[in-house]
Design a protein around this ligand. Structure first.
Ligand SMILES: [Cu+2]
Length: 213
């Protein structure tokens, strides 16, 4: 999962360009004021030309150039942060409801259920194969929830009547707590689940047997 680093760089670049432009405009303004005073002191009268085509055209060209550059840089940063989703090892339906989660493994009869208010070992478990991209299809059956695994910094809203998707790759085996990140009612605070990353072989066995490893 990329973590939006490309946009940090783009933000710095945008600010740098904005500062340079601001500096140039301020300098031009200052020059005009100082210049007009200088002319008046010498009795030359105000600058009379009503157009300076070359200056104006180059100013416009510079602005257009910068705008084009920033648009292209924006698209490039976007492509870097949101690459085409890789071929996924599994598709898992993540269904939020008041007040728990259900995970369905597409193409198999396996469903992970659990008791959110039960805590600990009775929480539902989202099982994924380690090191392989997995696509989560996230939805809700009632109100808006949000699936969130703080450790891996991914979060996605679960809307009723809509399926959002997210591709995750968990780089090491282990178990991490997942939560609901959208206030959704009385037991919102207890909408916890486990994210469990297991070896691809163990994941295959899990898909076959439905027994949480
Ligand atoms: Cu919720």
């Amino acid at each position: 999962m990329p973590f939006r680093g490309a946009f940090d760089q783009l933000f710095v670049l945008n600010n740098a360009i904005a500062f340079v432009v601001f500096g140039l405009v301020a300098a031009g303004l200052l020059l005009a004021v100082v210049g007009s005073r200088w002319r008046r002191r010498r009795g030359l009268g105000a600058f009379q030309a009503d157009e300076a085509n070359r200056v104006e055209m180059s100013y416009i060209a510079a602005l257009v150039g910068m705008a084009i550059f920033l648009v292209i840089a924006g698209f490039a940063a976007n492509a870097k942060d949101f690459p085409d989703p890789p071929r996924t090892a599994a598709r898992i339906q993540v269904i939020g409801y008041q007040w728990c989660w259900r995970f369905r493994y597409e193409g198999t009869p396996v469903t992970s259920d659990g008791q959110c208010q039960g805590k600990g070992e009775r929480l539902p478990v989202l099982v994924v194969p380690v090191g392989q991209p997995v696509r989560l299809d996230v939805t809700s059956t009632d109100v808006v929830h949000a699936v969130w695994v703080p450790q891996w910094r991914f979060k996605l809203y679960a809307y009723p009547g809509h399926v959002g998707n997210l591709t995750i790759t968990i780089p090491r085996t282990g178990r991490w707590i997942g939560r609901c990140a959208q206030l959704c009612g009385l037991f919102h605070y207890a909408m916890d689940f486990w994210l469990r990353a297991v070896s691809p072989a163990a994941f295959k066995t899990f898909l076959r047997t439905g027994i949480t490893p």
